[in-house]
Design a protein around this ligand. Structure first.
Ligand code: OGA
Ligand code: MN
Length: 294
């Protein structure tokens, strides 16, 4: 099957066909996905009706897996293998989460623009999200291109942010939504980690702005000044011209590069409709800046 790539947006996102994710990939297929990712940062592979095991095997082609089970909120009752981030609105037995369920409160953080696992010392490389059950109204996933956003900054801002280091923690993103209800051991796991605000992508050589809702400060800056500046950068980076909005079809497999994009889910009727998306994630090669291990 010939591999074909069709751009979905001027900057970010392409559809890739000709790969069967249920089967082991050839080195040429892995290289084609990596090349597509280097160029488009988001790939949509339609019609991939896969099992959890097939998703994990596919993911292993793209680096070491990051444990996806929520790092910071204790979830003793996992519905899925801990390799997965459960991006559904379901509990262990397939029941819809109640309106005030803590797990639902925490997952509402996905409505804010973010980069996956930016609260970890070794953040995420690829996220691979499989649409097992999708909704017909709302629930689009939006992707913003942090390379195009970087390119569009003026020279002065580029120079200003070049060497800045940000602090990231899930505490900071959840706190934006008023969620502060953590158990003491959860709080201890959420110690802020550091990442540069500008990253250079090893595959493309392009620079990008490394933004995320998990940011809660800039090293050496007063916090309010840092947060006001981060808001400005967020506003710049998520302008419509940098954003591809993905409307899900069942069995879409969407891969994004967390080093060069942010994403968010749009509101949907999660109290009544079922949305079962399952994410596997690979890690970057190492910490982005020298720091103590978390
Ligand atoms: C994720 C995520 C968005 C969505 O899987 O990391 O943020 O559309 N998901 O559910
Ligand atoms: Mn996410």
């Amino acid at each position: 099957m010939a591999i074909e790539t069709r751009p979905l947006h001027p900057h970010v996102g392409a559809e890739m066909t000709g790969i069967d994710v249920r089967k082991p990939l050839t080195p040429a297929e892995v290289a084609a996905v990596d090349a597509g990712m280097d160029k488009h940062a988001v790939l949509v592979l339609p019609r991939q009706d896969i099992t959890d095991e097939q998703q994990i095997e596919f993911t292993r082609n793209f680096g070491p897996l990051q444990n996806g089970a929520n790092a910071t909120l204790r979830r003793p009752e996992l519905r899925l293998d801990p390799a997965f981030a459960d991006v559904s609105n379901l509990g262990k037995n397939g029941e819809k989460l109640a309106r005030d369920d803590r797990r639902r409160m925490a997952s509402l953080g996905n409505r804010l623009w973010h980069s996956d696992a930016s609260f970890r010392v070794i953040p995420a490389r690829y996220s691979i999200l499989s649409g097992r059950i999708v909704v017909t109204e709302g629930g689009n996933t939006e992707f913003a291109d942090m390379r195009a956003a970087y390119d569009a900054l003026d020279a002065r801002t580029k120079a200003e942010i070049e060497d800045l280091i940000c602090e990231h923690s899930q505490i900071f993103s959840r706190e934006q939504l008023g969620f502060t209800n953590y158990l003491p051991d959860e709080r201890a796991m959420m110690k802020p980690v550091r990442h540069p605000l500008v990253r250079t992508h090893p595959g493309s050589g392009r620079k990008s702005i490394f933004l995320s809702a998990h940011i809660g400060g800039i090293l050496g800056w007063p916090r309010p000044e840092a947060m006001a500046f981060i808001r400005d950068l967020m506003e710049h980076a998520t302008q419509q011209q940098f954003v591809y909005s993905h409307c899900w079809t069942r069995h879409d497999l969407v891969i994004w590069d967390n080093r060069t994009t942010m994403h968010r889910v749009r509101r949907y009727d999660d109290l009544n409709a079922v949305r079962d998306l399952r994410r596997t994630t690979t890690k970057c090669d190492g910490p982005t800046v020298a720091q103590e291990a978390a």
